[in-house]
Design a protein around this ligand. Structure first.
Ligand code: AGP
Length: 609
């Protein structure tokens, strides 16, 4: 998620902005920049990489000015680079802009600006469009120019703008991306998030959607989209800096669990055309290409591999093509059969996992078409793929992956639906209903998160189990592997997942009275079989915690506790059933006093063999 900081006052804006950007580093970024108003000009410095690179670039230049804006970029359009970093300038260099969000109609705006105004774009970004739009509208009144530009934009944006001939003014706008104003004495601030300002102010305005803010050293005025001034209560910040980075959540992992409804909505909603068909931006596969694949490999590690297990099931079912899932560390050394009729799908949150990258290179060497599902824009896996499908989950800070997993699942559904629709292996009616069901997931997930308190209570009772089994059938089996990994990697409990039908082939010997068995029973067509497996472990004294669809009260007679997920079609239950397992792992680890965001021995990205 990009970070924005702006300052207008009598101190050195650059110093305050750089300090504020450092307090937003936790949000994840790949480049940084700052622009100030100095002697009728805009002074701009920006650099790819960390804020230290920017500071080295600035060197001893005080960039003396009391008015400036700064930015840390989390790339969405255009790989991380100096030129793609923010702030962006208008053609005449009179306007500078920083932006957090995505301008959905940037392609048509770029076209219009180029053809009708002769604008020569410097960057690949959607954000530069904003600077150029304001630039063509600017005639001395910055608010006017911003309103005119915003009226032409579609998408999500938080922006801050300065003008070379306005030495004591910042104009900012918010629409579907966070923005706050900090209220100082003889100075004022604008930022994406509270941590950037905590050192300087404790009183802020929370800016609401479609509002424009005009800041000078002595005033902060807020206007609605009709340009009427609106009043706003002052919000008094009581958090300390550390708590504020997590927006009040105790850990990043919990924050990211709660960000899943938004992430899922972002991943699907921006990929639907007006007619409901899927637009797989970043994917150039034609119908002929899709019909030409006679084998698909899905290759990944850890949680991403578990997303591939669901992907196998879904893509085979929808696109009627054989799918093999493998862990990257095995795939790369087993001389797999791959040719030019193979589609190789790499899944990776970081896009830097060495095993996954090596497996991708092996598949490419053998002639496969490579599609990657990645969260970090411009990462190695993304750069080396023929097609990239970004998950748009935003930076995932906690080592234990949560929102990346569910948005990876959403990408699996969209790829399966796209391929099935192109191949004609599913009807338009089936496709439309499936898309509608996927669009409902975000709301269902929001509702089910309200039951977190029940899970927290359960964890207090079950946190001291030394061994836990996760079992399921079909898609529930795939999700049980993810539930088990979540528990073991943050609570250090020895947890184990196995297909429920496999229990009787040996593992059931380990079930003792009191052994905790988490049973996933969401697949209607497999329910009777799953019930038998639950009864098998119950008969041996297991403590059974079941995950089931709302409405299935019968399972309560066979379980010690039941956690319910909203009713939905069998195929999409993984998007919902994994969340109680994430929360269970989180609360158990918290009860055990574990370092949840940075578990022992683990790294967020495994860039070694
Ligand atoms: C998941 O919670 C773990 N952090 C780990 O298994 C992770 O999924 C794996 O290392 C793959 O990482 P990637 O998605 O960045 O490639």
């Amino acid at each position: 998620m990009c970070g924005i900081v702006g300052y207008v006052g009598s101190d050195n804006a650059k110093e305050i902005i750089i300090d504020g950007l450092k307090r937003l580093e936790y949000r994840g970024y790949d480049s940084a920049g700052v622009a100030v108003v100095q002697d009728g000009k805009i002074l701009l410095k920006k650099h790819v990489g960390g804020i230290a690179n920017l500071e080295n670039l600035i060197g001893d230049d005080p960039m003396a000015s009391g008015t400036g804006i700064g930015h840390t970029r989390w790339a969405t359009h255009g790989a991380p680079s100096d030129v793609n970093a923010h702030p962006h300038l208008s053609a005449d260099e009179q306007i500078a802009v920083v932006h957090n969000g995505i301008i959905e109609n940037y392609v048509e705006l770029r076209k219009m600006l180029t053809e009708q105004h002769g604008i020569r774009f410097r960057s690949e970004t959607d954000s530069e469009v904003i600077a150029q739009l304001i630039g063509i509208h600017y005639e001395g009144n910055l608010e006017d120019a911003v309103y005119k530009a915003v009226a032409q934009m579609r998408g999500a944006y938080a922006i801050s703008v300065i003008a070379a001939d306005q030495p004591e003014k910042i104009v900012a706008v918010r629409k579907d991306a966070p923005l706050i104003a900090g209220l100082g004495k003889g100075c004022n601030f604008i930022a994406s998030d509270i941590p950037a300002l905590l050192k300087y102010v404790k009183e802020i305005y929370l800016i609401e959607n479609n509002e424009t803010v005009v800041l000078t050293p002595d005033s902060v005025k807020i206007y609605d989209d009709e340009r009427n001034e609106v009043s706003r209560d002052v919000f008094h910040v009581t958090w300390d800096a550390d708590a504020a980075e997590k927006e009040g959540y105790e850990h990043f992992m919990l924050k990211e669990i709660y960000e899943q409804p938004k992430g899922l909505h972002e991943t699907i909603s921006r990929r639907l055309n007006e007619d409901g068909t899927i637009k797989l931006d970043g994917i150039s596969m034609t119908r002929e290409d899709i019909e030409g694949f006679n084998k698909i490999y899905i290759v990944a590690c850890g949680t991403a591999y578990h997303a591939g297990l669901v992907g196998k099931y879904i893509i085979e079912k929808l696109a009627k093509v054989p799918v093999e899932v493998d862990v990257a560390s095995e795939f790369r050394y087993r001389d797999p059969y791959v040719d030019d009729k193979t589609l190789f799908i790499a899944i990776s949150q970081s896009g830097e996992t060495l095993d996954t990258l090596a497996a991708l290179r092996e598949a490419k060497r053998k002639g496969a078409r490579v599609l990657s599902v990645v969260n970090v824009v411009g990462s190695s896996v993304a750069r080396e793929s023929d097609d990239v499908f970004y998950t748009w989950a935003g930076p995932e800070i906690a080592v234990a992956s949560t929102k990346a997993y569910t948005t990876q699942l959403m990408c699996m559904y969209l790829i399966g639906l796209y391929m099935g629709y192109e191949k004609g292996t599913i009807t338009r009616e089936y496709y439309d209903q499936f898309i509608a069901d996927l669009m409902d997931v975000s709301g269902k997930l929001e509702a089910s998160l309200k039951n977190a308190g029940i899970i927290e209570g359960l964890s207090r009772m079950l946190y001291n189990k030394e061994q836990v089994f996760f079992i399921g059938r079909g898609l529930d089996s795939s999700v049980s592997y993810e539930g088990s990994l979540k528990l073991k990697e943050i609570s250090y409990i020895n947890s184990f997942a196995i297909a429920a039908g496999e229990l009787k082939h040996g593992t059931i010997a380990l079930i003792e009275p009191g052994t905790l068995v988490v049973t996933l029973a969401t697949q209607d067509f497999l329910y009777e079989k799953m019930l038998s497996n639950i009864q098998e472990v119950k008969a041996r004294g297991a403590h059974v915690l079941s995950i089931a669809k709302e409405g299935n009260t019968e399972i309560e007679t066979h379980s010690n506790e039941v956690l319910y997920i909203p009713a939905c079609r069998d195929e999409i239950t993984p998007l919902l059933s994994v969340v109680p397992l994430q929360l269970f792992a989180y609360y158990v680890a918290r009860e055990r006093g574990c370092n949840i965001d940075k578990p022992k021995n683990l790294a967020k990205s495994v860039t070694v063999e």
